[in-house]
Design a protein around this ligand. Sequence first.
Ligand code: HEC
Ligand code: HEC
Ligand code: HEC
Ligand code: HEC
Ligand code: HEC
Length: 476
Amino acid sequence: MNFYVKTISCLAIYLFMFLLNVSLASDPSEWSPTWRLPPNKRPENIVDEAITVPGDIKKSQFFSPNTCGACHPEIFKMWSGSTHANAWKNPLFQALYNLGKKTAQGESQKRSIESCVRCHFPVGHSSGDKELPVEDEKGGVICDFCHSVRATTGVGNAPYILNPGNAAVMEGGTKYGPFADSPETIHKNQYSELHTRSEFCGGCHDVSHAGNDLPIEQTYTEWRQGPYNTGDPKTSVHCQDCHMRQRPDFPCTGSTERPDNPGFATPEMMGGIKRPHIWTHYFVGGSVVPISLPPNSELQPQMAIDRLKNAATLEINGDLNVEKDGLLQFKVGIENSGAGHYLPTGLTELRQMWLEVLITDSEGKLLFNRGGVDESGAIDPQATVYHTVFGNEKGEKTLHVWEATHIISDNRIPPKGKKEEYFAFVIPQDTKTPLKIKAVLNYRSAPQNVVDSLMGEKSIKLPVINMTELTKEVGL
Ligand code: HEC
Ligand code: HEC
Ligand code: HEC
Ligand code: HEC
Ligand code: HEC
């Protein structure tokens, strides 16, 4: 019996190593997708075909965003201020990417670094160009990438099939989008169900390590497993419903209304038709500073704050009727009431969310403070930071994704889910009552010291965003 168990497990290990070897040696198309949808639940343009791989298409075939902007000026303006426009130039991305290029060791780590272009410069990836200048006008996630996606093979690690026109000879080709009745213009138009669904975004917003398959960013998977995905594409709240409806004054989160945005995709005089809803292209997340956002971004910083302010709700619970000298015990609950995925999501080894709790007496004197930030930007080490911690081969913590081999911890809050923190405080005898408990939920895109060390003199101070706060009085 024992013998068989051993033999079988040895075989399993050999098989595993064999598969690992094969996957290391295989071509990048086999690395994606990471999730194929059940056949009867796919839009028509999620298919079982070969994906576009480096060299299939030339970069010169794609139009620069300026060209699209000539007839789609409003959409161009929104997109220009977005992280998508900046995804390649982004100095924080460039710093991390270049560090990886210098320090990655071994096949697995090198493959991870080679994969970065896939989502941060997808047009350059499909052309297979060796030289991709930082200032390339086709860098980042551009119009003609997204709208030349004819199909995908599923979700994760950019499994796109592209069908661009040819800008070199001014041939517009076909643009894939939400309309079934657009008039033909410089380009043809084709309705794409894929573009109306989370699976389109999930192509890039679900990232695994290219060498060892460790799930790194799982925004789509978090959404798929959460309550905003009802299983029926018609009633599901897709990425687009929150992120491509947002505009100034309409944060469009899970806890706020998400109204239609009537208007034109192209001015009427240029052939546009009045539509009941135009999808916005601000693509706002939690990024507020002009390293993640392009330096010319005007509206996004405030829109990101609006979004973060409508992502979570707090409550304070406990027996607040205590004596002086007694022990004040209470819990602060955090609910992810507005995000369609975990809070926070995306690059969660860097993102930081944490509670700051203050207790003051009736004259406003501070008696207790947990979760404050010091002058250097460090968070009180006693505070719980909601994020993911990656480990490397040696079992040490790492912020370098290419070195990551496992997840040490992940304490983030699922969509519509809740976490509670417990606090206790001994009330001093001479306290001037009533006391006030104030809880603040904070967000920051990355630890200040990490950004300082990556960017050196070009570093920038990352603001701490107050997502929401709640105050409660303690009678005594
Ligand atoms: C000469 C003007 C012109 C240029 C240049 C132009 N478009 Fe268009 N585009 C239009 C018009 C007109 C429509 C139809 C609008 C409508 O149906 O309301 C349209 C529609 C679209 C649609 C909707 C298609 C659908 O079926 O849902 C997409 C997507 C699109 N354009 C993307 C682009 C992209 C990307 C570029 C740059 C490569 C671009 N356009 C350049 C004029 C233009
Ligand atoms: C990250 C991918 C992405 C990028 C980049 C992008 N779009 Fe779109 N766009 C979409 C999606 C997805 C939709 C449809 C959303 C839906 O139906 O739910 C859309 C819709 C459109 C439409 C139809 C009108 C509307 O807004 O509803 C036009 C026209 C368009 N985009 C043009 C552009 C132009 C021009 C640019 C660059 C300035 C651009 N897009 C950049 C993904 C993208
Ligand atoms: C119900 C509304 C809703 C849906 C659906 C939704 N989001 Fe979000 N998203 C939010 C809110 C609110 C935030 C801001 C809080 C945060 O950063 O998590 C956010 C933040 C983000 C961020 C920035 C996270 C960070 O902190 O860096 C990304 C990236 C993102 N969403 C992508 C997606 C993608 C991709 C989908 C679909 C798979 C999606 N979202 C679906 C509401 C939504
Ligand atoms: C080609 C890959 C690609 C596709 C497709 C794509 N994204 Fe992104 N997205 C990115 C990258 C890369 C970034 C990060 C750019 C940066 O911060 O430098 C990003 C950033 C974002 C952010 C901002 C996050 C923040 O921290 O502020 C949001 C929101 C977002 N994407 C939503 C979407 C939605 C919604 C869709 C589908 C309509 C989509 N994306 C499709 C690659 C993609
Ligand atoms: C499969 C697609 C994909 C691949 C491959 C990928 N990324 Fe990203 N990256 C994203 C998306 C989507 C976001 C936005 C998530 C968010 O804002 O939280 C992002 C955001 C980032 C950011 C945050 C930028 C900012 O200003 O906040 C950095 C840095 C980054 N990626 C570095 C890398 C590096 C380095 C690699 C290669 C080792 C890489 N990425 C590979 C999709 C990808």
